[in-house]
Design a protein around this ligand. Structure first.
Ligand code: FAD
Length: 382
């Protein structure tokens, strides 16, 4: 069962659609070419409550269901991928602090993440610990007097080059020398010992700033530790699991926009004395692509509804991410191919979408890692 959207949700989805058409789409090509992240546009999205989609409205949130949230992403990415993806990271950062923070931590950081005056990054991946995030090496060692000393290196971090707050997973070591498991700390950009790297060159989603981070003898007090000691991996996985369902919406939005664009082109472009869209072979190809998009949309809304209804959704989320990644790469490649030689001349919006689509194969767990999650639930062993 997929819950009905509320009037405020329909209004916000329509708003996102218009924002994508009027603000994101006209600038997407230029942001891609210049690898430019537009902070003022990001802030506009935050000011509409979209940094805190799931938070109650009396805390500045949009009070949306998961089903509505994935549809917001579906609409926004029709304009551009990088800026909405930065917004997803903002939601994840904020949601972790909201769910696991003390009242002081919430008071200190949540309102400024909600209105976009602080930008958040979610820091898990290390050069030697990607799919196997649990093998991370960065450490936080407990010191006398409520202090922790952090050392480590992280990379491939969305928002990091422009972020103010870093929700960071590290391996904790307690004062008595005992292992404390993976725990989460909130690091602030101006802390001594925190080094934020420059933005990396990326293949697609180029309006998303991506970079690395290292911390060297960075000392923080216990007020910067988020949630229970040892709960860091669970917290990170919760954020990643939510993102996997959102990826369904992202993939549908990108693929549908690409399909619409190529259909317009094929109706205009004539070969052999008729519009290419009139050839049945091409029409069948378009029909197959449309079916694949609809299948992912259905799976995505079902996975999102499972979260809304409080049902188990981890495997559904992994299925959603796997199917979404494969579908969006296939659809954007096919649409690009239907451009003929034009597609090889750059820049072209379908060439950009084809590059953007490949992020769906990697971020928030690669396709093989989704298979792993699904297969373990089927076979019942690791
Ligand atoms: C643009 C971008 C933004 C990102 N943003 C963030 C972020 O904000 N925060 C963050 O923490 N991380 C982020 N990441 C990192 C992302 O989560 C990792 O890249 C991803 O989890 C894969 O890890 P890896 O790159 O180390 O690949 P690896 O783990 O080295 O994998 C390499 C290949 O081996 C395969 N493989 C690995 N293990 C297995 C296995 N057991 N069985 C079968 N195949 C396997 C993988 O599927 C992959 O194809 C981002 C990445 C990108 C590209």
């Amino acid at each position: 069962m997929i819950p009905q959207l509320q009037p405020n949700e329909i209004e916000l989805i329509d708003w996102a659609d218009e924002f994508a058409q009027q603000v994101l789409a006209p600038n997407a090509q230029q942001w891609d070419e210049e690898a430019h992240f537009p902070p003022e546009v990001f802030e506009q999205l935050c000011q509409r409550g979209l940094a805190a989609m799931l938070l109650p409205s009396d805390n500045g949130g949009a009070d949306l269901s998961y089903v509505a949230s994935v549809q917001i992403f579906e609409r926004l990415v029709r304009g551009d991928l990088g800026v909405p993806f930065a917004l997803l990271l903002q939601n994840n950062t904020l949601r972790s602090i909201w769910l696991h923070g003390t009242s002081e931590q919430k008071e200190r950081w949540v309102p400024r993440l909600v209105d976009g005056s602080l930008i958040g990054a979610y820091v898990i991946t290390e050069p030697d610990a990607g799919s196997d995030a649990g093998s991370m090496k960065s450490t936080a060692v407990s010191l006398a007097g409520d202090q922790w000393k952090l050392n480590g290196q992280k990379w491939l971090l969305s928002n990091s080059p422009v972020a103010d707050l870093f929700v960071t997973s590290v391996v904790t070591q307690l004062e008595n020398g005992e292992a404390g498991g993976i725990s989460t700390f909130v690091l602030e950009r101006d802390m001594a010992g925190l080094h934020v790297g420059q933005a990396s060159e990326t293949l697609g989603a180029r309006s998303l700033p991506v970079g690395d981070l290292h911390f060297e003898d960075l000392t923080v007090d216990d007020g910067h530790r988020l949630g229970e000691i040892g709960s860091g991996m669970r917290m990170a996985l919760d954020a990643v699991n939510f993102a996997r369902v959102v990826w369904g919406g992202i993939a549908v939005g990108i693929a549908e926009a690409a399909l619409e664009e190529i259909i317009e082109f094929l109706k205009e472009r004539e070969q052999f004395g008729r519009a290419i869209a009139d050839f049945q072979a091409v029409q069948f190809q378009l029909a197959d692509l449309a079916c694949k998009i609809e299948a992912v949309r259905s799976l995505t809304y079902r996975a999102a509804a499972a979260i809304d209804l409080g049902s188990r959704y981890i495997e559904l989320g992994a299925m959603c991410k796997k199917m979404a990644g494969e579908m969006v790469v296939e659809v954007t490649s096919a649409c690009h191919e239907l451009l003929g030689g034009r597609g090889y001349l750059v820049p072209h919006s379908l060439e950009r979408r084809m590059r953007d689509a490949r992020l769906a194969l990697v971020a928030d767990g690669t396709t093989n890692i989704q298979r792993l999650v699904i297969a373990r639930s089927l076979v019942g062993r690791r």
